[in-house]
Design a protein around this ligand. Structure first.
Ligand SMILES: [Zn+2]
Length: 443
């Protein structure tokens, strides 16, 4: 691997990287696709009924298949999920296939310029120890084969996505045990991720977990894992103030990389004139946070007087939800709060993973001018650029860097980001390896 020659793609979901032609082929090879996962939500959201008996005839041409598979328009998360369901329906998701996919994706990505990738995989909450073990091992074997066929010019690592509402302490323990048991898993498994719906799962629910991981990483660096945390990507249920606070909390409590973190840099003018309905618990946490850090935050801009914040806190106590109007005042208050959060995040070790296509399609960035990337750069935040689900978005790492450029970052700056990204790998961030011997050097 040579960081002078390629890209590190650090935020990528393995099955979301399947290109249309490969997914179609996998579907044809699957004797019993799980159609029901796909057809109903697709009909509901896209108004098209799918004849499963003639599916591969109806979508015989790659162009037609692309139309039904690719998600490359602006739409809310359920519309993305409805398309992702086609992946779930057509794939078998057994060890043999996982090994094939891991190998194939590593090669596909390499052809597009990726020399180091971290790929996320998510198991069913109903899967067994044996099921998870064999799938995890299969992914590692696929990576190993691809690396060896490509003569060590590429590196792939595995990250397991955990369910936000699942038994993540138990799953963590289980994965650590698998690493002790199998040297391939120990080598390739480098991190844990929290993804999928974020609304309703505040970072405070993961604070103890993050603490435990940090403690274990220090105690046993050879099996250290990062926590990669999708946060501030989708925040339909709260204000930008609260969503920014979530990003800050995840960073300060020890998440190693932050997936998207749009909220903390999105221009609040995007919400001017709108109303946001927020759960009282969130509003309370935000008001308390502002009161606790009032002097500090007010250095960044005007904040409502402490008395006003206190009386609001008092008045909402017995409600369930609060309706908040996004006025000019709130816009400037939010801007100041974001600047404050970004300054604090800068002083943590957290790295933001920015995925321009993903932000454009499913993220909450409706207008390019509001995109957080340029603000991240102005505020000297550490970030990397990634593809997220390049297969289903129909993108690749170079296109993502081009999109970043079209958002306002210059080539020189992007070259710095590309190079730095090799220092932001899970193995380095978790303390498993020293940065000098990081992904940039051949192992
Ligand atoms: Zn993601």
């Amino acid at each position: 691997m040579d960081s002078n020659l390629g890209f590190a793609d650090l935020h990528n979901h393995l099955y979301g990287s399947l290109k249309p032609e490969l997914l179609r082929q996998m579907g044809l090879n699957n004797p019993s696709p799980r159609w029901e996962i796909f057809t109903k939500p697709f009909q509901e959201l896209y108004g098209r009924s799918i004849n499963t008996g003639t599916f591969f005839e109806d979508y015989k041409s790659l162009e037609d298949f692309k139309k039904i598979y690719l998600f490359n328009h602006q739409g809310p998360f359920p519309e993305f999920q409805a398309k992702f369901n086609l992946i779930i329906a057509l794939s078998k998701f057994d060890p043999q296939e996982i090994k094939f996919v891991s190998k194939h994706i590593t090669k596909d990505q390499y052809e597009e310029g990726v020399v180091f990738g971290e790929y996320r995989i998510m198991y069913s909450p109903l899967d067994t120890y044996e099921g998870i073990y064999s799938k995890t091992l299969a992914a590692c074997e696929g990576f190993e084969e691809a690396e060896s066929e490509l003569l060590g010019k590429v590196g792939s690592r595995l990250v397991v996505s955990l369910h936000r509402d699942g038994e993540f302490f138990k799953e963590y323990e289980m994965l650590k045990e698998m690493m002790e048991k199998n040297s391939l898993i120990k080598k390739y498994l480098v991190g844990l991720d929290f993804c999928y719906i974020e609304e309703g799962f505040p970072p405070k629910g993961k604070r103890e977990f993050l603490k435990e991981i940090q403690k274990d990483n220090l105690a046993e660096p050879s099996t250290a894992l990062t926590v990669l945390y999708h946060v501030g990507e989708s925040f339909l249920d709260k204000t930008l103030l609260s969503a920014s606070r979530w990003v800050l909390e995840a960073a300060e409590w020890g998440a190693h990389r932050l997936g998207h973190a749009i909220a903390v840099g999105l221009d609040p003018n995007a919400y001017l004139g709108k109303k946001v309905l927020e759960p009282v618990s969130e509003r309370e946490d935000t008001l308390k946070f502002q009161l606790d850090h009032w002097d500090e935050i007010s250095k960044y801009g005007e904040l409502p007087a402490k008395k006003r914040l206190e009386s609001e806190l008092d008045s909402i106590r017995h409600k369930e939800k609060v309706e908040i109007s996004v006025t000019e005042n709130l816009v400037s208050e939010t801007k100041a709060f974001q600047e404050y959060c970004m300054d604090r995040i800068k002083n943590t070790n957290a790295i933001i993973e920015s995925c321009p296509s993903s932000n454009e399609y499913i993220g909450m960035v409706k207008d390019k001018a509001h995109h957080p990337l340029v603000r991240f750069a102005h505020n000297d935040l550490k970030f990397t650029i990634s593809t997220d689900d390049p297969g289903i978005f129909g993108t690749n790492i170079k296109e993502e860097y081009d999109k970043a450029q079209s958002l306002g970052l210059d080539t020189e700056y992007l070259e710095k980001i590309r190079k730095n990204s090799f220092q932001y790998t899970s193995e380095i961030l978790s303390g498993r390896i020293e940065s000098e011997q990081g992904a940039i050097l051949e192992r």
